[in-house]
Write a protein that binds this ligand. Structure first.
Ligand code: SAM
Length: 381
């Protein structure tokens, strides 16, 4: 029986469930100074090579930061029980949210620092007017891998425009295949529209869509096999995410987490799975069906098999805070810096110093773990 193996070893040691990176710090002289030479790529000629080496963002553990998740809004048209509270809205005022010109400027600076993957998220990114234009501008800047995470409610009507703008990949959240349960989890009546959104994405160049289900014990963990069947029938990449302590109502307990190993075991018993190689920094362990059926399974196990040792991600919240980990205790105020009139060079030094201090790991499994004060909808998943 295959288990969804731990993150690639090598530079990691496992102490119980904790993943402790022992990667060697890189000498700061490797990093060099930042140069504003655009996003020129290639390795012919010494000048470009030198610039490329300078255009990287690395932390003190030697992890290269290439992925940026940008939350463009803290607003959402869903109230998923594992994410948001049923309480009244507590959104930031509009002027607290980064404007499009501020987001454009930051994207340009981050690309200059070697970011090559950008995921647009929220809140619900499709509720903010202008998202297609922003994607088009990111595309024009040369982002290699441009993706979005959405709840799918507005996707069917926007899919074509998103693709035209340059979106390359899409993740759609779907936590139940049962319409009544979907309504209870999301506190909406949107099951039909989300399923339609998935169909439209599957018929587009965004296929195969990644469909994300957060499994919560007793809520939807009886649907593992149905989701796997859904992957086989629709040809989607069905990803199971372990419930993390990022919910607004603070209901998370370890007992509510459905370990990825259990999900693997259950699907593998019914439809044998074959592991697919993955990039070290990828969050998901990926599998195809041994019988050649379409679709894929992805297992994301931040709680039971943390993958911090190869983390290449940082996050920008809708109100302009830079976060180096989902579970960071602190975030770092880029918005304030921009609005005080900082130069690009000031922003670069700030980002470099924040990234340098990126946490070694998330510590969910440490006895003294304290959930971050900001929840997923504010951080951007
Ligand atoms: N509104 C979009 C959506 O629904 O996909 C994007 C934002 S949402 C915060 C991003 C992802 O975070 C979703 O896949 C969601 O299921 C996941 N998420 C939210 N709260 C979570 C939690 N407590 N544990 C694990 N994943 C969570």
């Amino acid at each position: 029986m295959e288990t969804p193996g731990p993150p690639e070893l090598g530079k990691e040691r496992f102490d119980g469930n904790m993943c402790i990176s022992v990667a060697r710090p890189i000498p700061s002289s490797w990093i060099g100074a930042f140069c504003f030479t655009g996003v020129e790529r290639g390795n012919s000629g010494g000048r470009v090579q030198t610039e490329n080496r300078a255009m990287t963002l690395q932390d003190k553990f030697g992890r290269q930061i290439t992925d940026l998740r940008i939350s463009i809004t803290d607003r959402c048209n869903f109230r998923c029980v594992y994410c948001r509270s049923a309480d009244p809205e507590n959104y930031r005022d509009h002027d607290e949210i980064l404007s499009w010109p501020e987001l454009d400027r930051l994207a340009r600076i981050f690309l200059g620092l070697g970011i090559r993957k950008i995921r647009i998220t929220g809140g619900e990114p499709l509720v903010r007017a202008g998202v297609e234009d922003y994607i088009a501008r990111l595309h024009a800047l040369g982002v290699e891998d441009l993706s979005m995470t959405t709840n799918g409610h507005l996707l069917a009507e926007r899919c074509e425009r998103l693709m035209q703008a340059g979106l390359r990949r899409i993740n759609i959240s779907l936590d139940s295949l049962d319409p009544g349960r979907f309504e209870r989890i999301t506190r909406t009546k949107s099951f039909g529209t989300v399923m339609h959104g998935i169909d439209v994405a599957q018929k587009s160049r965004l296929a195969p869509a990644k469909v994300n289900a957060v499994l919560v014990r007793g809520l939807n963990d009886d649907e593992v096999e149905s989701f796997a069947e859904f992957a086989r029938e629709r040809g989607v990449i069905m990803r199971f995410i372990e419930f993390m302590p990022l919910d607004a109502d603070r209901t998370w307990t370890r007992n509510l987490v459905v370990p990825a190993a259990e999900v693997h075991e259950r699907i593998h018993a019914r439809w044998p799975l074959v592991q697919i190689p993955h990039e070290r920094s990828e969050t998901a362990r990926k599998y195809r069906f041994a019988d050649g059926a379409p679709g894929e399974i992805g297992l994301i196990a931040p709680v039971t098999q943390p993958f911090c040792g190869h983390c290449s991600r940082i996050r920008l919240t809708a109100d302009g805070k830079l976060r180096t980990c989902l579970f960071s205790k602190d975030d770092h105020d880029l918005r304030g810096l921009l609005r005080e009139g900082a130069t690009d060079e000031d922003v670069v030094s700030f980002v470099r110093s924040v990234v340098d201090e990126k946490e070694e790991g998330h510590r969910i499994n440490a006895p003294d773990f304290v959930p971050p004060s900001r929840t997923m909808v504010f951080i951007g998943g």
